[in-house]
Design a protein around this ligand. Structure first.
Ligand SMILES: CCCCCC/C=C\CC(=O)SCCNC(=O)CCNC(=O)[C@H](O)C(C)(C)COP(=O)(O)OP(=O)(O)OC[C@H]1O[C@@H](n2cnc3c(N)ncnc32)[C@H](O)[C@@H]1OP(=O)(O)O
Length: 273
């Protein structure tokens, strides 16, 4: 068990945490694995845990990089837990949204080199997490990635849109968001949504190899550059967090949105039967 070996430090209880953090003090690289079977859907608890983990890593001066991955085979993350949005209360919706905002601000604004190891499906909120890293390596094959919100009858908020714009540009974002497009790894590579596509078994070694390049750059210069590139998008959310959370709760509470979500949940269940 990797967590118990020196020089690894483990921020979560092995086998218990829904966000497992293994910190290798020798390399300064932490691996953060989402661990909420069956599909790593992001509920209030997971988002809170993720936000705290990112905060701790940022404060750990021995940590220089973070790999975001999954402990669940075949899935990076299925995105936000739809059950947090369906038949919920306004208070819970606001708390849920704040946890998402904080986790995202921690990830997109992290001083660390951040890399996504996408070893499975990565729709919606899963795609947001991946896009918020500095670099993405995705497994080739059947897995899909994208912001599919419109297919659920919901709308990707402005900060999801901003991150996608910064990743793949205006024209591709316009198409991707309106259509709620989901891309294969090869398609994602062709529009710049991911940086490298390799066979599943090579995702982690490829991430580790790429990290070596990034870690050759002096931290201070890299961090100043990253901050300068991302500040505008981060500040846009920071300046209107409460308004954004309230808008989310109001929007999700609409009858028409609830009907769409209910139909989408039923379609997910029907797929299985
Ligand atoms: C102003 C308004 C702003 C709103 C902004 C909202 C922003 C972000 C939105 C989101 O992130 S919404 C989430 C969107 N996610 C999806 O559409 C993914 C849906 N899931 C799938 O397509 C598939 O599950 C999968 C990820 C491709 C995996 O397929 P697999 O065959 O491996 O697993 P399933 O059998 O389909 O699923 C197992 C089990 O999990 C349930 N489930 C799947 N995804 C979610 C989810 N996102 N939230 C909650 N539950 C989910 C699925 O229904 C199955 O449940 P059971 O039938 O076993 O009870």
């Amino acid at each position: 068990q990797v967590c118990t070996q020196v020089p690894y430090r483990c921020y979560s209880t092995p086998g218990v945490g829904q966000v497992q953090v293994d910190m290798n003090s020798e390399t300064g690289v932490a691996t953060v694995r989402l661990n909420r079977p069956p599909v790593n859907s992001l509920n209030l608890d997971v988002l809170t845990e993720l936000g705290i983990a990112l905060e701790k890593l940022d404060a750990d001066r021995t940590c220089r990089a973070m790999v975001l991955a999954s402990a669940v085979p075949g899935i990076f993350s299925a995105g936000l837990d739809i059950l947090e949005m369906y038949q919920s209360t306004p208070e819970r919706c606001v708390a849920f949204w704040r946890a998402l905002q904080d986790a995202w601000l921690g990830l997109y604004g992290s001083r660390l080199v951040t890399m996504a190891a996408i070893e499975g499906h990565s729709p919606a909120g899963g795609c947001l997490l991946a896009m918020s890293c500095d670099y993405r390596v995705m497994a080739d094959g059947k897995f899909q990635i994208g912001l599919n919100e419109t297919r659920l009858g919901i709308v990707a908020p402005f900060w999801f849109e901003d991150v996608m714009l910064n990743t793949i540009g205006h024209r591709e974002t316009e198409k991707a968001l309106q259509l709620g497009a989901m891309y294969s790894a090869q398609q994602a590579l062709s529009i710049g949504l991911v940086d490298k596509v390799v066979p599943l078994a090579e995702v982690m070694p490829t991430v580790q190899g790429e990290l070596k390049n990034w870690l050759q750059i002096p931290d201070a210069a890299r961090v100043i550059t990253k901050t300068s590139m991302r500040k505008q998008v981060l500040d846009r959310l920071r300046s209107q967090k409460e308004k954004d959370a309230q808008f989310f709760a109001d929007f999700i509470g609409r009858d028409s949105v609830q009907r769409s979500l209910g139909a989408y949940i039923a379609s997910l269940q029907k797929r299985k039967s």
